[in-house]
Write a protein that binds this ligand. Structure first.
Ligand code: 13P
Length: 256
């Protein structure tokens, strides 16, 4: 059984005090949330303080990025050891904004995923085609290249089972125009089948999320699809009430 999850990717939003306020207000929300894993990915600056605040809650912590070395002369980078020490559990790798603005490659994503597992973190590998690739009918080709390069270095079956893949079509991110749920489900099935070809039955354990203009009103269109196990959410995760509404919606949908 794959546990559904909702991950908040705050991107470069929310100061430390905003982040602390979010947690205080979120814990005051009526979050039934039964069975849904809830993860927030604040800025690096806020991770340490939030890791203390979250101890009293059922929210888990994720980072938005990391470097693939444990330590060394890499000015400005954050090591997986630093993340692990403060209780970070997940790390987003290969987000399209990192690929587009910071030149992250499929190979970089693979190195990050490999190191994340080696250091006891779980990578959330993001894949997704841009608008031009979509119009050219290249979605599956792009997803296949991004995914298979990124998972190439993962050799432990125990890691494969814990992997999370987020399908985030670039054209749907921050636009208010999500993918159609049926199209997202087709891509999710394609991701699982690529992993099945590579890893066999273990692929059934991998959680696959959808991201791109998800909000409280549309989240269950995605999570109601059997192959989609949750959502990676940007804008709509910045408000405690909205994040709580998404968690509650998924929880209710799963309980039927
Ligand atoms: P939006 O939910 O703002 O479209 O962002 C999606 C995303 O990029 C999450 O990683």
């Amino acid at each position: 059984m794959r546990q559904p999850m909702v991950i908040a990717n705050w991107k470069m939003n929310m100061t430390l005090s905003d982040s602390e306020e979010f947690v205080r207000r979120f814990t005051a929300e009526d979050v039934g949330g039964g069975g849904v894993e809830m993860v927030i990915c604040p800025s690096f600056i806020a991770l340490s303080a939030l890791s203390l605040l979250l101890k009293e809650t059922s929210l888990l912590l994720g980072a938005q990025n990391m470097y693939w070395e444990k330590a060394g002369a890499f000015t400005g980078e954050i090591s997986p050891l630093m993340l692990r020490e403060i209780g970070v559990r997940y790390v987003i790798t290969g987000h399209s904004e990192r690929r587009t603005y910071f030149g992250e490659t499929d190979e970089d994503v693979g190195k990050k995923a490999e190191t994340a597992f080696a250091m006891g973190l779980v990578p959330v590998i993001c894949v997704g085609e841009n608008g031009e690739e979509r119009r050219a009918g290249k979605t599956k080709e792009v997803i296949g290249r991004q995914l298979l390069t990124a998972v190439q270095a993962l050799h432990e079956e125990a890691d494969w089972r814990r992997l999370i893949v987020a399908y985030e079509p670039v054209w749907a991110i921050g636009t208010g125009v999500p993918a159609r749920a049926e199209d997202a489900a087709v891509v999710a099935a394609c991701i699982r089948s690529l992993l099945h070809e590579k890893w066999g039955e273990v692929a059934a354990a991998v959680r696959i999320l959808y991201g791109g203009s998800v909000n409280p009103d549309n989240i269950t269109e995605f999570t109601a699809r059997p192959g989609i196990d949750g959502a990676l959410v940007g804008n709509s995760s910045l408000k405690p009430a909205s994040f709580a509404a998404m968690v509650n919606a998924v929880s209710a949908e799963r309980r039927g």
